[in-house]
Design a protein around this ligand. Sequence first.
Ligand SMILES: [Zn+2]
Ligand SMILES: [Zn+2]
Length: 257
Amino acid sequence: MINLQLLGCSGGIGGPAHRTTCYVLDEHILIDAGTGLGELSLEELARIDHVVLTHAHLDHVACLPLMADSVAEMRSTALQVWALPDVIDILKTHIFNDQVWPDFTKIPNAHHPFVTLHPLPENGPLMLGPWQITALPALHGIAGCGYRVQKESVALAFSGDTADCPAFWEKIAHDQMLAAVIVECSYPRRLADMAQLSRHLQVDDVIKRVSQLPEKVAAIVVHRKPGLETEIEQELRAALGGRDLRLPQHGQIYKLS
Ligand SMILES: [Zn+2]
Ligand SMILES: [Zn+2]
C-alpha cells in the first residue's frame, strides 16, 4: 500500500488554505519541498531522509534550505536530495551557494555534511528502501521532470509542473500497476494563453489526457492557482463527471492499493 500525504498541493500561497507542492511518501521521503513542508513538526522533519525534486522553481524548493538548517543537529546522517543533474546544478549555483543560503553540502565539513545532492541514476530507477522512483518526461521550459513511484505492486505518477507533454502520458498509458495520476492543472479554460506562456496545464489539456486513462486510475488534480480553484473544479467535473476525480486540499492523505 502507498501512503501519500499532500502537505501542500496549491499553485501558490495566500492564507491557511494554500500551501505549495510537497508530498510525503510514508514518513521518510518527500516529493518536492514547497511551503507545505512547514506543516511538519520538527520531529517529523527530522525523520525525512530523502527529498526527490521535480524542478527548482521556488514553489517546489522554498522550504528545502530551511529544513536542512532546522534538522541539522537532530540527524546523524545527511539529508539526501535527488533530482535531474541540471536541477542539482541549479541548487548548487543559486541556493546552497553561501549567499542565498549556507552551503550545507560542506557544513560542518565536506566529509560528513548535513546535506548531500545527488543526480538521479542514469540507468534505471532510484531505489529507496521499498520505493522505486523513476523520472518521467515534463515540459516546463527549464530542467524538470515528473515521477513514477512504485512500492510493492502499486504505482503513482506525478506530472510535476508541465505543459501538455505527450511523452509523459505515453509512458503511463499501459501501466498496469498505476493507481493514480497526480496531475497539475494551474489554470481554467479562459486562461489557456497564460497556461501556454508559463508552461502549465489548463483544464482542456487535463480533460483530454485524463479521459484517455483506464477508468480505474484516479486523477488527483493539484497546483491550482489560488483563487481559481472553484472555476477549475467546475470545469473539470462538468467534463469528467464519471471518473474518480479528486481535488484535494493540503493535509489530504491517500492510501492507495
Ligand atoms: Zn514550476
Ligand atoms: Zn509549481
